[in-house]
Design a protein around this ligand. Sequence first.
Ligand SMILES: [Zn+2]
Length: 306
Amino acid sequence: MRFADVVGHARPIALLRRALATDRLAHALLFAGPEGIGKRLVADALAAAVVCETKGTDVCGACPGCRQLAAGTHPDVLVVSLPQGKREVPIERVRDLNQFLRLQPLRAARKAAIIDDAHLLSLAAQNALLKGLEEPPLGALMILIAHNADALLPTVRSRCQRLLFAPLSSEEVDQVLRGRLGIAPEEIAAVAPFADGRPGRALALRKLVHTDGEPPATRLERLEGARYGALVPLATHFSRSEDLAAFALESLLRQYRDTTDPGDRAACGRAARRADIVVEALQALRRRNPNRQLLLESVFLQLARR
Ligand SMILES: [Zn+2]
């Protein structure tokens, strides 16, 4: 990954390249910002620039260091991430990281470690990380990535230079999905309005929609006048993830907005009352981490009755 291949994030990238060019890169960086916007790609590009042997501010892609990194065998780059099926990054991973950082670089001028999902580091893991942050091994670079930086200990946060990453513009989301990933326009149209500037979210939704066999909009049409027995499986279907539940609710809002005749006052009143129910549910979903199945059943039931 090269900086030049990253879509968006011009400001943090310019900062990083300047720091690289003047050899003033902090020993620990915290990449903070919403999930699915490309923080990890920038971290990958930075780690690659650090171990590239041409010592420029972007990656050459051709030196032995770059080739080893591309093959996933570079000895001076380590990625710490959430183990599959776990909810926390355990302390053992940070112990491995500390061990890695203590040793001299083998090939590059300095070592680089990416700590993905840093907000999921267990408390013990964060305390173990603190040691490395307080007495950084010479030349080591640590990049912490967090979409919920508040979950990190203040002592961890304060020892990192924080870089804020913002959601992408809709043109940039399109550039990622269509330009970089070559996704068909009709597939993009189905999910991009719900991406909130996060290509990762659009991709996750696309995957969910893809494996469903039936477009979500068709499924939601069944709400009209449905009985309780038919609403339960519908709620089960859309409660599989928070993103999918939000997607269903946002789709309903859109549907009310796009299909209501502005000249029909009675219809506008009905649509507004339905929209209120959906907006309230969306807020509950985002703020309170509710039981999604029960929440959707309740919303669908209220909508089906109206
Ligand atoms: Zn190189």
